[in-house]
Design a protein around this ligand. Sequence first.
Ligand code: NAI
Length: 300
Amino acid sequence: FSTSPAVAGAIKHVTVIGGGLMGSGIAQVAAATGHNVVMVDQTDDILSKSKAAIQKSLGRVAKKKFADDGERQSSFVADVMGRIQLNTDPVDAAKSTDLVVEAIVENLDVKKKLFSALDEAAPQHTIFASNTSSLPIRDIAESTNRLDRFGGLHFFNPVPMMKLVEVVKIPETSNETFERLVQLGKAMGKTTVDCKDTPGFIVNRLLVPYMMEAVRMLERGDASARDIDTAMKLGAGYPMGPFELADYVGLDTTKFIIDGWSKKYPDVQIFQESPYVNKLVADGKLGKKTGEGFYKYDKK
Ligand code: NAI
């Protein structure tokens, strides 16, 4: 990989911090598209579970890619896994990388602490990006001295399946940094869209208030959840209704985002919380993952 801004070309080496749902997906896709990857998490135990999840997911990809050829399937998986290294020390991992993508817990102070430590260790040319869903990128970036080399790379769950990456620019992000982030998104096989550092970027800014408006219709007794879902699927052509979608995303995640926005923007009506969602979350009914949210699900 490149060692100075003057020769900085395409991003070849990617460090992913956080090996959870999103981090392991990002690491998988980056490695599958030929990048050398270091995946970082807090313990060896978490990392070995993430690694196993990636291996399993790659197995499914390989089966589709090389239908009847077991040998090619195995060599594809081995090849991609060979490009993923594991590390429990983010500062050590940042010492030689082109890009750090952060996908750790959604907490501003924790993210700032991490980036501030990485800023000391990473080479000059290294770009920092956060995968945050709800925090302003600028607030995270201010913990570093590389605002021109900082941006957002917002992937979607599940990362190997979802084709979009929102590439987010803070006012200080340089054109070169932004271009390199866009190029990386494309090199990872995704379609990229450009967005300013605004709450929810594009997708969540529209989707979260839409889901909350559907809940408010239900709270007022305007229509049932089932009928609202049916209406949006058949009348608007959406693949899922708002309640099916909220259950899929997780009501805790939706609540977390809306709580943050309602605190920050108390005057924006569509950003306000809902007593119904609050009650479901308090009762542990978080959606599909817990077997119940707006709907009940069969547990496998
Ligand atoms: P997760 O809880 O599945 O994974 C987070 C991982 O980060 C855990 O494995 C945890 O051990 C690790 N971690 C926490 N603090 C750390 C630290 N200081 N250093 C190293 N590792 C640390 O969370 P998930 O869902 O993967 O979300 C991660 C980020 O991605 C969040 O910022 C979230 O807002 C964002 N995001 C989540 C999406 C989703 O659908 N879950 C979609 C798009 C973005």
